[in-house]
Design a binder for this molecule. Sequence first.
Ligand code: SF4
Length: 337
Amino acid sequence: MNKTRHINIPIFIPHMGCPHACVFCNQKKISGAHSRQTPMRVKEILEESFSTISEKDDVEIAFFGGSFTGIPKEEMVTYLKLAQPYIKAGKANGIRLSTRPDTISPHILNILNNYGVTVIELGVQSLDPEVLLMSKRGHNIEDVTIACSLIRNSGISLGIQTMLGLPEDNYEKALRTAKAVIELKPDMVRIYPTLVIKDTLLEEYYLEGKYSPLSLEQAVEWCADILLLYREAGITVLRIGLQDSDTLESSIVAGPYHPAFGELVESRILFRKMVQSLDSLQFHNSKKIIIRTCPQLVSKLVGQKRANIEAIKEKYSLNEVVVRADLEDGEFIIDMA
Ligand code: SF4
């Protein structure tokens, strides 16, 4: 049967398996899941979720928000077992989970393989030793390299999550981290600009003036450069910026938050490409241009509050920029009016 939609059934396990809290992390606030997870509750979530999901959907059961492989083995297996009836019945394709690099071993991977885990997303955050130390991650770069190699050899797909703008991070380090991540050959990545969340050590640092988050503009610029690197390397970028939850926005103390952050980044990339095209055009006395694009790209191309169009008008002293959504595919074509 051809599956139509991909659905993750998210099961949040806030901070379960984590040896301590990293400076930036408060999973209860980020995910909106306030109580400790229990097998009983997971059983209920799965029953509720599968009662509304069509057999045509491509479903994965996703344990997020903690260090799944750091949970004591028997408890971890209890959770994995709860997913088995759905995998065996063909209702779910497998399990994906997020975890820490220093909780991966051949023995753990063997267990995960036996219970149908298809994707492991490793919280790597940075590949700069100072950033890892200042973020109190509690693992080093070697842990990451070993974990990635073990996961790749296990046949389970590898995802890597990174953060930008952690304490002691800078643009060069963030770029070096992205290049080092590419060397680790992940199947997919997520990029999260660091936000200052309530009730974290990072909030204390921020309030004491010891930490400054990236501005929204910096975060968009850094992410645009890094997204292009991953795309050139053929790595799927699953997400840029934290997923909204009931509690996320009210939990943010400071930092480059925007509810459509990923769209801002895509929009910036299109802006750069339009500028490149315009720089190569001879304007003569033309004060009007027509940008033709396809319907799916119009909002990204125009930008939030028409930011891209207004910036182009100003940069090239144009009176009018007309946008037409009349291409069937491709990004854009610019014509002189
Ligand atoms: S970042 Fe990951 S390892 Fe650190 S506290 Fe949060 S969930 Fe746990």
